[in-house]
Ligand binder design. Structure first.
Ligand code: XMP
Length: 511
């Protein structure tokens, strides 16, 4: 698939992924590669423009990260951001020095809106700065196009070579006109039209998959999560019955989920689906196990074992589908080399499945793009907006031993919590929410009876990346409804607590 591409050279800054998001939001396809990538690789990509990101290093350091000098000789427009601007300056013969005052935060700037990069923007605007060094002498061919009180050269341009650079961060929300600046670069400087749309992606992907697979066989491990569901659906559209999906129900899923997977894939989409009801196998192996990591390991191993047994019955397949998405690829630090998402099949890749090649149809997409593809393909909203769910499932939300009885208690409480959050219309505002069954029992009173039952915890967090998270400020009346319903509708719980720790220091899951 050949599409117009913007290449983002990553110098390690904290907002780099945001730059990619913004470019994609402008309907331009982009890829992120490490700054050290070879010039041959860059040329192979034939980008329509290149963006240098920010980064934490000092450009004056001997070992400062630098890209190949030949990047400047490709005749391709370049936009340097923050460190990217300083790098451009130093590599093209300008000077960079330590600023007398470090600028951090929102800063007022004047811009020359006769320059293409600032066209349509008021000549006084604000932006987000975060720098200690700045350009103090322009390289040949450049002129200054913006300044702030403490930064005389806040942006520079060489219109002839189509090189532009800004000291501030146009990608963050604190730069109100940042999107316009990026769009000026993409549309006006690079001449792109903004035609990267999910509908065209779906069409192209289906055609490409059809060509690649030919009349061969494809196998997919379906988990019911967004990524594997979208990947499977895309392949099914492309090759129909040549695809077989294996869905292992390990008995650790949420209420109603296994049946929904079967309903959607087998009944609605007519996918060749093999559902394995392996609840007893998993429960047997988890008997007496209380250590979280041991639980994870057992579930991962057992999953692979069940999957392999079923795959053996199918025999040789040519392709195995993985629901890897772009953040998995970037996070690996491997540039665009596809990396297997170990989470995806719960415990990694099956070693004894007879396949020749892995297909990763979503590996260029961000999560919200995967969701859009799901919508295009007609997957139900409940699947598309499903909150992330750990591979080991409910087992790591039961402190202590996992038994059928405790799983049933947890499943019911989780269902009530989800139901009330949905009724309050908070499903998309809160990124992950669930209940945790502790192994602590305490004394309570119900009617005239003394009880001695479990304590249940409610967990709800807001987060963008799941690396850090804040506990959600749920309305008290919602918490009250959840608490009442759980006590009334589910047995063996006599105390409910709300987890008010952020991550760090806590993790999102309790195990
Ligand atoms: P923590 O608990 O580490 O979770 O703050 C961060 C995110 O990862 C999910 N998670 C897992 N996902 N296998 C998975 O597939 C696991 O073993 C696992 N442990 C945690 C968790 O639900 C949250 O979204």
């Amino acid at each position: 698939m050949k599409r117009d591409l913007i290449l983002i050279l990553d110098f390690g800054g904290q907002y780099n992924r945001l730059i990619a998001r913004r470019v994609r939001e402008a309907n331009v396809y982009c890829e992120v590669l490490p700054y050290s990538v070879s010039i041959e690789r860059i040329k192979e990509k034939s980008p329509k423009g290149i963006i240098f990101t920010g980064g934490p290093a000092s450009v004056l350091d001997e070992n400062a990260p630098k890209c190949s000098k030949e990047v400047f000789e490709m005749g391709v427009p370049i936009l340097g951001i923050c460190y990217g601007m300083q790098l451009m300056s130093v590599m093209l013969g300008g000077d960079v020095s330590k600023a007398s005052l470090r600028e951090y935060g929102k800063v007022e700037i004047s811009v020359n809106n006769n320059n293409i990069i600032f066209s349509g923007i008021e000549n006084k605007t604000s932006c987000w700065m975060s720098h200690t060094f700045q350009v103090t002498r322009l390289p040949d061919g450049f002129y200054g196009i913006s300044s702030s009180q403490n930064c005389p050269i806040a942006a520079m341009a060489d219109d002839k070579r189509k090189f532009y650079a800004v000291q501030f961060h146009p990608e963050v929300a604190h730069t109100p006109k940042g999107n316009e600046i990026l769009k000026n670069f993409l549309y006006k400087v690079c001449g792109l039209k903004g035609e990267w749309k999910m509908s065209s992606f779906v069409e192209e992907a289906i055609n490409d998959l059809r060509k690649k697979v030919g009349n061969k066989k494809v196998l997919c491990a379906l988990s019911g999560g967004v990524d594997s569901s979208v990947a499977a659906t895309l392949l099914h559209k492309a090759v129909g019955d040549q695809l077989t999906c294996i869905f292992v129900d390990h008995g650790l899923l949420r209420k109603g989920e296994p049946d929904e997977v079967e309903e959607v894939f087998r009944k609605q989409f007519k996918v060749n689906l093999v559902r394995i009801n392996a609840q007893d196998r998993f429960l047997n192996r988890l008997k007496g196990v209380t250590d979280p990591e041991t639980k994870r390991k057992i579930i991962g191993e057992e999953f692979i074992r069940v999957f392999e047994e079923e795959a053996k019955k199918i025999g040789h397949v040519d392709f195995l589908v993985q629901g890897t998405i772009y953040p998995d690829v970037i996070e690996s630090g491997a540039g665009d080399a596809a990396v297997i998402k170990s989470h995806h099949n719960v415990g990694g890749l099956p070693a004894h499945v007879d396949f020749e090649e892995i297909i990763e149809p979503l590996k260029d997409l961000f999560k919200d793009e995967v969701r859009q593809v799901g919508i295009e393909l007609g997957l139900p909203e409940s699947m598309i907006w499903r909150q992330p769910f750990p591979g080991p499932g409910l087992a790591i939300r039961i402190i202590g031993e996992v038994t059928k009885e405790r799983l049933d208690i947890l499943r019911e409480t989780d269902f009530i919590f989800r139901d009330e959050i949905a009724k309050a219309g908070l499903m998309r505002e809160i990124n992950q929410y669930f209940t945790v069954l502790t192994n602590m029992r305490s004394v309570g009173v119900m009617g005239d009876e003394r009880t001695y039952d479990y304590t249940l915890a409610l967990r709800a967090v807001t987060t963008t990346d799941f690396m850090t998270a804040d506990w959600a400020r749920l309305p008290y009346d919602l918490l009250e409804r959840v608490s009442n319903r759980i006590i009334n509708e589910v047995g063996h719980i006599n105390r409910i607590v709300y987890d008010i720790t952020s991550k760090p220091p806590a993790t999102i899951e309790w195990e």
